[in-house]
Design a protein around this ligand. Structure first.
Ligand SMILES: [Zn+2]
Ligand SMILES: [Zn+2]
Length: 395
């Protein structure tokens, strides 16, 4: 199975079995949000056992940060490498022998793999130290919800550890194993969410003329929102508007409801498009409701910003990935993904790049049958190692 193993750094290869065991252990013990106490303790304990120079727990509540100094630190360069530790509230259906031991919690986004790969890189970096500067390994909680990345940044992550560039990695199902993808500019979307309460006038379903039928208003609102992506947005901009929930205050056959509530999400790749879309969503909802004599109460929540790679660091990430897996296995202009990622908060503070690593054929992220591919571990660890040694070459 490890036919592509020729690309794995020889200093990483001997550790892959151990790293795989850590990954499966983390997989079996998933934790949610900031409540990643077991995982964070395991990470801190391992970092100490590797001889990491400084291990700091509790950064951004349950985040863990480790500082690894090279043979020399005279370059004054410090780079951050980030992994995420949290799982999802999903009932696992993989039937793996190391599947989740907690019903309703599952590592369905591969953060178990991200954490294990960064731990593996930390171990090898501690052994080799063939660089001039400091590598800061960052293990964050609450990526899936709770903005752990933002909370770590607000806890002074970048300044406290003097991080000058920061790099992140996420596995991508159905990108072939041994491949990397990245791009300069936006690589993942900004996500906002909204709640709408539409109020008309309820009454007997046989006498709609005496009512303001909020169901019909809701149907028109949902239809109208489709015009944003298809008609109002520039066709060269990426924007997604999805209504994901509709609930009326009535559950019978013969009553026109008084209120109907909608939920939805908006995704865009730039701040400009995001702001424009927010206004369009609000206008369409308000105007459509008004057209039918109903009213709309909109609550609009700003979520994670777009994940935007800086040009030079995206180029460096591509160069480093090529040095690991060869140029045919690196797509330096990978299409952006319309999911969101709170590594964006770190990139908003600091230059850097987020890359995708192929997970091979697998169920999609957040699917109950998803599993991180252990065969990606060698490539991921080798990339981290190569990145550190490229950015901070030993004298
Ligand atoms: Zn996820
Ligand atoms: Zn994820």
């Amino acid at each position: 199975m490890l036919a592509q193993n020729g690309h794995v750094d020889v200093r990483v290869a001997p550790h892959i079995d151990a790293i795989t065991q850590w990954r499966r252990d983390i997989h079996q013990h998933p934790e949610l949000g900031f409540d990643v106490h077991r995982t964070a303790s395991l990470v801190a304990e391992k970092l100490r056992s590797f001889g990491v120079d400084n291990v700091v727990e509790g950064v951004g509540r349950t985040g863990v940060v480790g500082v690894i100094n090279g043979n020399s630190i005279h370059s004054g360069t410090t780079i951050g490498l980030r992994a995420d530790m949290d799982a999802l509230p999903i009932v696992e259906q993989t039937e793996l022998d190391y599947q989740s031991n907690t019903t309703g919690k599952m590592h369905a986004c591969g953060h178990d793999g991200h954490t294990a790969m960064l731990l593996g890189a930390a171990k090898v970096l501690c052994e080799t130290r063939a660089f001039n500067g400091s590598a800061v390994v960052i293990f964050q909680p609450a990526e899936e919800s709770g903005a752990g990345g933002r909370i770590m940044v607000e806890d002074g992550l970048i300044q406290r550890f003097d991080i000058q560039q920061v790099y992140g990695m996420h596995n991508l199902p159905n990108m072939p194993l041994g491949r990397f993808g990245m791009r300069s500019g936006p690589i993942m979307a900004a996500v906002d969410t909204f709640d709408v309460s539409l109020t008309g006038k309820g009454g007997h379903a046989a006498m709609p003329h005496l009512c303001i039928d909020t169901m019909v208003v809701a149907a028109n609102v949902i239809s109208a929102l489709q015009h944003i992506a298809s008609r109002q947005a520039d066709s060269l901009d990426s924007v997604v508007v999805s209504v994901t929930s509709i609930k009326s205050d009535n559950d019978s056959y013969n009553v026109i409801p008084h209120t109907v509530k909608l939920k939805g999400t908006v995704r865009a790749l730039t701040q400009e498009v995001k702001e424009k879309t927010e206004q369009q969503v609000k206008d369409l909802i308000n105007h459509t409701a008004k057209t039918y004599g109903a009213s709309a109460d909109i609550q609009y929540w700003h979520g994670y910003p777009a994940t935007v790679n800086s040009d030079n660091e995206a180029r460096i990430a591509a160069e480093v990935a090529r040095s690991v897996v060869g140029s045919t296995n690196v797509d330096a202009n990978v299409p952006p993904v319309m999911g969101a990622e709170d590594f964006s908060y770190m990139l908003n503070e600091c230059r850097g790049a987020f890359v995708f690593i192929g997970n091979g054929e697998s169920a999609g992220l957040h699917h109950p049958k998803y599993n991180f591919n252990d065969h990606a571990i060698g490539y991921g660890c080798s990339y981290w190692l190569a990145l550190v040694e490229h950015l901070m070459p030993a004298n």
